[in-house]
Design a protein around this ligand. Structure first.
Ligand SMILES: Nc1nc2c(c(=O)[nH]1)N[C@H]1C(S)=C(S)[C@@H](COP(=O)(O)OP(=O)(O)OC[C@H]3O[C@@H](n4cnc5c(N)ncnc54)[C@H](O)[C@@H]3O)O[C@H]1N2
Ligand code: MOO
Ligand SMILES: [Mg+2]
Length: 421
């Protein structure tokens, strides 16, 4: 995180700002409502005129004009007068209350419209007062907040046709592997379609970055080096998938070396994603994610996400951490810290989490239902239904790091070797 860099600020149109991160505080530039207005269709009156009105003694007022929202009354209301007024219209001068249409009887006297009122109306009754929603100068939204539809309403209300937001980094995605086919190609012996590039692109877009998918490359050192070097010219972050382990055709570690990139780490004591390698080169980021789809997915959420979001000044750039009860036994032990793809549901009695599908880093089907990762410390025995486990999720509000409550899980029934990160 010490290497994160700020992506900058730009102005975008109100029609293009959804999900962007505000780079300025939004302050009310005027009161809302900006004038006293009627919340109902009715009649604006002077409340003192209605003081003695009752069922047996209705009072009669003369209707001097009609105004709809957007119109301003010509008359100042004096005793004995009423203005027919629609919802949203400015309260005429002299009036201090509104009575709803349904509560009056209209009648014509000498060819002129009048109303009869059979109850008294209090001063200020049915008036939406200037500034009752918000007052000029109030900070309504702080910089660093993601723009929601409600915030777009604030922008429009106060006349922001453009808004200052943090720039999105350009994230390149380059999959490596001689076995890879394009999505539109038919299967051939020994080959598979490139799913990682499209999966990562969707993840990174959801994080708010701009994505550039590069043509996947064969496992050939020279062509990989060339492609990576070229892609780095036009990206802030370059994600590669595959080729980071120790195999004969895993060239990424050598590519980093030849580039002269500073490798921050290559390998992490976790599964899946153990081969994740991260390097920096001339203020650019290089993420060498695993070729295995689930390992690639986990690497992107745990390592790419905070770098992208911190560069947009998000206060909580990491995945959110919570706790849940394990809904079934998870018998697989593992000497490494393990992040199990799982489905988190918020039940009335608390969070419940269920491992999702085949728990291998090569699995792609388990990604369908996964909305979180169960964090299990390395141990020699499995986990039983009912254990309280730590859960990491990329939905909703993120978190700061170090996480403020223990990430790791407690087994209710089986002794496990616990260790803190
Ligand atoms: N001797 C060892 N072998 C392996 C180790 C190890 O520590 N020692 N680690 C294993 C682990 S863990 C993982 S994870 C993988 C990581 O492999 P790479 O990141 O080098 O990835 P590749 O070798 O290129 O491919 C692995 C696997 O993933 C498939 N793949 C690759 N790219 C894609 C893509 N774009 N879309 C879908 N699937 C992809 C590829 O066909 C392979 O099946 O290494 C283990 N080996
Ligand atoms: O990097 Mo691998 O996915 O740890 O199993
Ligand atoms: Mg490999």
């Amino acid at each position: 995180m010490n290497h994160t860099r700020f992506w900058g600020i730009e102005d975008v149109s109100i029609t293009e700002c959804d999900h962007r991160i505000l780079a300025e505080n939004l302050t009310a530039t005027h009161d809302v409502p900006p004038f006293n207005r009627s919340p109902y269709d009715g009649f604006a009156i002077r409340s003192s005129d209605s003081k003695h009105a009752s069922m047996n003694h209705p009072i009669t007022l003369k209707v001097v004009e009609t105004i709809g929202a957007g119109q301003v009354a010509e008359h100042e209301i004096e005793s004995g007068m009423a203005v027919r007024i629609m919802t949203g219209a400015k309260i005429p001068d002299g009036a201090d209350a509104v009575i709803m249409l349904e509560l009056v009887k209209e009648l014509i006297i000498d060819g002129e419209t009048h109303i009869q009122i059979k109850r008294s109306v209090k001063k200020d009754e049915n008036i939406s007062f200037q500034g009752e929603d918000t007052q000029e100068g109030t900070v309504l939204v702080k910089a660093g907040t993601k723009i929601t539809p409600g915030i777009v309403a604030i922008l429009a209300t106060f006349g922001y046709h453009t808004v200052s937001v943090y720039k999105r980094p350009v994230v390149g995605i380059l999959s490596t592997g001689t076995e890879l086919l394009d999505v539109n190609e038919d299967l051939q012996p020994g080959k598979i379609r490139n799913s990682n590039a499209y999966m990562c692109a969707a993840q990174v877009r959801a994080m708010g970055a701009e994505v550039r998918i590069y043509q996947h490359r064969e496992d050939n050192f020279d062509s990989l080096y060339k492609s990576i070097k070229e892609s780095l010219q036009e990206t802030d972050v370059l994600i590669t998938t595959g080729g980071v382990s120790v195999g004969d055709y895993d060239f990424l570690p050598e590519v980093y070396k030849k580039l002269g990139a500073e490798v921050l780490f290559n390998k992490v004591a976790m599964r899946p994603g153990s081969v994740t390698t991260v390097a920096v080169f001339e203020e650019k980021w290089l993420f060498g994610l695993s070729g295995n789809p689930s390992a690639c997915f986990v690497g992107a959420e745990l390592f790419v996400r905070p770098v992208i979001l911190k560069g947009m000044n998000m206060l909580k750039p990491h995945c959110r951490v919570t706790k849940a009860t394990l809904s079934r036994d998870f018998p697989k032990p593992n000497p490494f810290t393990r992040f199990v793809r799982a489905t988190l549901s918020e039940e009335i009695d608390g969070n419940v989490v269920k491992p999702a599908g085949l728990d291998k880093s090569s699995s792609v089907s388990s990604l369908v239902e996964a909305n979180c990762l169960i964090a299990l410390p390395g141990g020699t025995r499995g986990w039983e239904k009912g254990s309280e486990v730590g859960v990491i999720t990329w939905h909703g509000e993120g978190s700061e790091w170090p996480w403020d409550h223990p990430l790791f899980s407690k087994s209710s029934a089986i002794k496990t070797v616990e260790k803190q990160l």
